[in-house]
Every structure is written in structure tokens, then in C-alpha cells.
Design a protein around this ligand. Structure first.
Ligand code: SF4
Length: 151
């Protein structure tokens, strides 16, 4: 997902469902901000929390239609609790990192972490307090939490 396509996730999954009956798995990929992505950051970067609702709707849309679906490359604190179960530990060990604030996170063992190779990380990373997804408060959390609870 990136700035140019997140608003089309819903129509994309509907297209997949209607036109590719043979599909065996759909993976939604968080962006690794390296290479051309890093040199075009202004055009492609979007904080994952800003497309959280679109991602949740797209993932659940496929799941309800019995299409296997996964989320790769996004830490749990940046995606809605309702789609945690689709998250995979997908980043290669050699380039996976955690941040200082992750030390206080109760979901650290279940979280896939971040790309060490990305030139930009979300500013909305915050430790999770429990398996229900309750988070510690950091700057920007209010905005993110409002967004997550609209649907
Ligand atoms: S705070 Fe927790 S959920 Fe967020 S990136 Fe760190 S370990 Fe993962």
C-alpha cells in the first residue's frame, strides 16, 4: 500500500474476487521505503494509520468471501485490532528491527517489526498494553484511535 493506491483497495479486492476465481492468496504489503520509494517519498509515503480503515475493509471483504488473505510488513500497533490475525511475521530477519518504545509492548513477540532499510518510519508507533489492542498514549494517538473506531 502507498499514497497512490490506498483509496482503491476496496475496488481492487472486488475486482480480484469477481475476475480471479482461481486466486489462492492475497497479500497486502506495507511499503519498504528504500530505492525508488525513498527518492520519491513525497509522492508515495503515507502513514499506515491513514489507510487503516481501507486496509481493514479490504482484508475483511476477501476473508468473508473465503479468499485467504494476509498483511505483510506492518507492525500491529499501526493496523486495526480486527485484522491482527491476518498479520504475518514477513520481514527477513537480517533487516527486521524494533524501536526503543517496543520494549514496553505486550505484543512484541507477535509483531513483525520494521524494515531497518526504510528511510522513513511511522511517527505513530506506540506500545500495546494487552491482547485487546489497548495502546499507550503517544502524540498523535487520539487522531489514529478516532480513525480506527469509525467503522
Ligand atoms: S510497539 Fe509493539 S506493536 Fe508497535 S512496532 Fe513495537 S513491538 Fe510492534
Amino acid at each position: 500500500m502507498f499514497r497512490n493506491n490506498y483509496q482503491r483497495l476496496q475496488s481492487m479486492v472486488e475486482f480480484i474476487y469477481r475476475n480471479f476465481p482461481f486466486v489462492v492468496h492475497v497479500a497486502f504489503m506495507g511499503m519498504e521505503c528504500t530505492g525508488l520509494a525513498s527518492t520519491n517519498l513525497d509522492q508515495v509515503w503515507i502513514d499506515p494509520t491513514e489507510y487503516a480503515l481501507e486496509l481493514k475493509a479490504a482484508v475483511l471483504h476477501l476473508h468473508r468471501r473465503a479468499i485467504p488473505v494476509s498483511i505483510y510488513n506492518l507492525p500491529l500497533c499501526l493496523i486495526p485490532h480486527e485484522v491482527w490475525r491476518f498479520s504475518k511475521d514477513s520481514i527477513s530477519t537480517w533487516k527486521k528491527i524494533y524501536l526503543n518504545q517496543c520494549e514496553d509492548c505486550k505484543m512484541r513477540q507477535n509483531c513483525g517489526g520494521f524494515f531497518s532499510t526504510s528511510v522513513k518510519q511511522s511517527s505513530r508507533i506506540s506500545p500495546i498494553k494487552n491482547e485487546e489492542g489497548e495502546k499507550g498514549r503517544k502524540n498523535g494517538d487520539e487522531k489514529r484511535d478516532e480513525g480506527f473506531s469509525r467503522h
